[in-house]
Write a protein that binds this ligand. Structure first.
Ligand code: ADP
Ligand code: MG
Length: 666
């Protein structure tokens, strides 16, 4: 007798449950999607013991007729597909017909439902995949599904569940984000009778986000108002001589993006606050995630992520959702066009809105609050939002708290260690602003060059009294007072005292300038008297071959000079000879490690950033008053004066209000 046999439905359902039902939140996801597909407007979810003991979802959707109520638990039973062609353009959230039988195979499930077309409702009870009863009941139209004792018959799965806090966080996150995806519907989430989320129907995403996150978080978010993009594809190829009644038409596909994103000052250590919806479906997708990271490129340090809530809508035929059993991944038909559209749309919004600058994070803002703090004593809705933010809290905190302060010794220590903190601040006075400001010709100095390490984390810890700058309107009116440690410009503004990091400020100015010159094909160059000859490693040589044209276009006029050797004959204006070699090696290094798969645009921005960094005024450099003036004016004229191209903050402000408070004047 052969050894292969067909598995029973019960075993097959349990196998499917392994993929579809990972934890209580996955049950909620499937039930929620079913309710939304059923056209529900009012959805209430109850959980007990973080969903282990009980999960119940009630909706006012179309309900099920008696026969359908039983059929729904058959494997691959769905009302959402009828033909294989339907698979090419799925407009519903569900389509696999797997969820209900899978959930019923690993729990004790009670379905109570009534279709508006029938007088009586139906109750179906199933435990561990076995049908216990099917009765007529009286109930309003709609559906209630109660799932008790999840994984009661799969002890191994139970062991994989995390703490109550984590499981609840997953549920909270899920419901919160589906509620954001459907502002016109009511969502309620209760845990053991305590309301975690309760939102009434509203007309816009912004209103819903306000309900969920509150006004403080909203301050940090910028709206991506709907932007559309039309993809035109050439008409399909028709072989000559083929009979065609009409000439082939070019294909068109429209994509619309909207949502909310944070300014670059919101820097999260992971992607937990990135929520991407494609046609109403919450998904994880590398193309979109990469597009988002690319939008913040040069605005945020590598390894940091924004908060984002993005909704991409398109023709269902443009996206294949049948990629993963839990339907959380998608595949785009025209991935790279979608990528560039999303990247450019988000970047444009960031540039247009010039949101708050990258200041030390104010402890009061929930987006910056330590993740995973206790949820007691907060407003219910905010608790759910907090749950959404607090996923995987332990891991996140561990990352966020990595010590970095050892690298903080940027400025010279005071000569006398006994000096008080105040006397450490030596301000070199600057006369009143000069009217004639001159551009920096040779600001860079080679003496005492030390690079500021990436200390954004440490800065957060040392400068908590310094406020975030909410508006850059004051930037053009700043009156320079002097320099601190020959590294930071101190200035008085309408709204308080400002400190500007001279190196990163100039870096941003040069970055934008070089980027513009590059786009216009008019980079200013300096011819070298003697070509600079560099020996490259095999890996560097490979990278060089790939980006040589880009280097040349940036004024780094290089050419091969024997085996793995290149000669540099010209360099961008303003870069010192000693730095040229470093720039080339740095660019080749970046290209090698980070940018292997980078687009031309990213390579371009990286080359610009490296040149700008090397050519910028160093710290520990005394600046003439006129030069300080120039830096402030040029910074004010920048498109994005808040962060340097590597995402570090440029300015700090001590507000007049805080100064008054500190002196007990208010
Ligand atoms: P799918 O959603 O992939 O079709 P499910 O197993 O999740 O598969 O559900 C099976 C079927 O049960 C659905 O196609 C739908 O017809 C019906 N159904 C499930 N939940 C509901 C609900 N809340 N309201 C109305 N019909 C539902
Ligand atoms: Mg479903």
């Amino acid at each position: 007798m052969g050894r292969i046999r067909i598995l029973s439905d019960n075993v097959a359902n349990k196998i499917a449950a392994g993929e579809v039902v990972e934890r209580p939140a996955s049950v909620i996801k499937e039930l929620l999607e079913n309710s939304l597909d059923a056209g529900a407007f009012d959805i209430r979810i109850d959980a007990e013991n973080a969903g282990r003991r009980l999960l119940r979802l009630q909706d006012d959707g179309c309900g099920m007729m008696r026969d359908d109520a039983l059929l729904a638990f058959e494997r691959h039973a769905t009302s959402k597909l009828s033909d294989v062609k339907d698979l090419l353009a799925i407009a519903t959230l569900g389509f696999r017909g797997e969820a209900l039988p899978s959930i019923a195979s690993v729990s004790r499930l009670l379905l109570e439902t009534r279709s508006a077309e029938e007088q009586t409702g139906t109750a179906v009870e199933i435990a561990g995949g076995k049908l216990l009863r099917c009765d007529e009941i009286a109930r309003p139209a709609g559906t209630t599904i109660t799932v008790r004792d999840l994984f009661f018959n799969v002890p191994a799965r139970k062991k994989f569940l995390r703490s109550d806090q984590t499981e609840l966080a997953h549920i909270g996150s899920l419901v919160t984000h589906y509620s954001l995806g459907h502002p016109n519907k009511r969502f309620e989430l209760y845990h053991e009778g305590r309301e975690l989320l309760g939102v009434t129907p509203v007309s816009t995403l912004r209103d819903r986000a306000f309900q969920v996150f509150g006004s403080e978080v909203m301050q940090d978010l910028v709206e991506v108002s709907p932007r559309s993009f039309e993809l035109r594809l050439p008409p399909p190829y028709v072989p000559p001589g083929a009979h065609q009644s009409e000439p082939p038409q070019p294909e068109m596909a429209e994509f619309v993006l909207e949502g909310l994103v944070s300014g670059p000052h919101v820097q999260r250590p992971n992607r937990n606050s990135v929520y991407l919806f494609v046609n109403g479906r919450l998904i994880r997708d590398r193309t979109l995630q990469h597009a988002l990271t690319a939008a913040y490129y040069n605005l945020m340090p590598a390894g940091c992520y924004p908060f984002a809530l993005l909704f991409l809508n398109c023709d269902p035929a443009e996206v294949d959702v049948n990629v993963h059993p839990s339907k959380t991944e998608v595949r785009f038909r025209h991935g790279s066009a979608v990528h560039d559209f999303v990247r450019d749309a988000v970047r444009d919004v960031l540039m247009e809105s010039r949101p708050v600058s990258s200041m030390p994070l104010s402890a009061s803002s929930p987006l910056h609050a330590p993740i995973g703090r206790p949820l007691v004593g907060q407003a219910p809705v905010q608790r759910a939002a907090e749950l959404a933010f607090s996923e995987f809290s332990a891991r996140v905190e561990a990352i966020a708290l990595e010590p970095e302060s050892a690298e903080m010794a940027v400025v010279e220590p005071p000569a006398d260690p006994g000096q008080s903190e105040v006397s450490e601040i030596q301000i070199n006075p600057v006369p009143h602003p000069a009217q004639n400001v001159e551009p920096i010709a040779s600001l860079h100095s080679s003496k005492g060059v030390r690079h500021i390490p990436d200390t954004h984390g440490a800065l957060d810890q040392v400068a908590l009294d310094w406020e975030r700058v909410d508006s850059l309107a004051a930037l053009p009116d700043l009156r320079p007072l002097g320099q601190l440690h020959e590294s930071f410009i101190v200035a008085a503004g309408r709204d308080g005292l400002w400190i500007i990091d001279q190196h990163v400020a100039h870096e941003r100015i040069l970055f934008e300038q070089i980027l513009k010159q590059r786009a216009a094909g008019a980079v200013e160059i300096q011819q070298l008297l003697m070509p600079l000859v560099l020996q490259l490693s095999p890996a560097q040589h490979f990278e060089y071959a790939r980006i040589a044209d880009e280097l040349n276009a940036h004024g780094l006029d290089t050419e091969p000079f024997g085996q793995r050797t290149i000669a540099i004959k010209a360099a961008p204006a303003g870069v010192g000879t000693a730095d040229i070699e470093k720039i080339v090696f740095e660019i080749l290094e970046i290209a090698e490690s980070e940018l292997r798969s980078a687009s031309l645009d990213e390579i371009r921005r990286n080359v610009c950033a490296t040149i700008a960094c090397r050519a910028a005024i160093k710290i520990n450099t005394k600046l003439e008053p006129k030069k300080i003036e120039w830096v402030l004016r040029a910074l004010a004229a920048c498109e994005y004066p808040m962060t340097c191209p590597h995402g570090r903050p440029i300015a700090l402000r001590y507000s007049t209000k805080d100064i008054l408070k500190s002196f007990h004047r208010i």
